[in-house]
Design a protein around this ligand. Structure first.
Ligand code: ZN
Length: 68
């Protein structure tokens, strides 16, 4: 088994990179961030650590919403 390349995602709260499985996924819908609990929601994904500090930073990040 070649483990090869593991996709990395960047937390928009703190900038830390990690495997997608270790991060929460949010999708911008109608100008709001909605947590994608199933991992299958269409749209632009935004990733964030599963930590309150990062979630709060993400929630306050207006740039994330404008990127939609
Ligand atoms: Zn983070």
């Amino acid at each position: 088994m070649n483990r090869g390349h593991v996709p990395q995602r960047t937390c928009r709260g703190c900038g830390r990179k990690g495997p997608r499985a270790g991060l929460l996924r949010f999708v911008v819908i109608g100008g709001r961030l909605v947590e994608d609990q199933q991992g299958g929601m269409p749209g632009k994904g935004v990733y964030c650590c599963d930590q309150d500090v990062c979630r709060e930073r993400l929630a306050k990040s207006k740039k994330v919403l404008k990127a939609d």
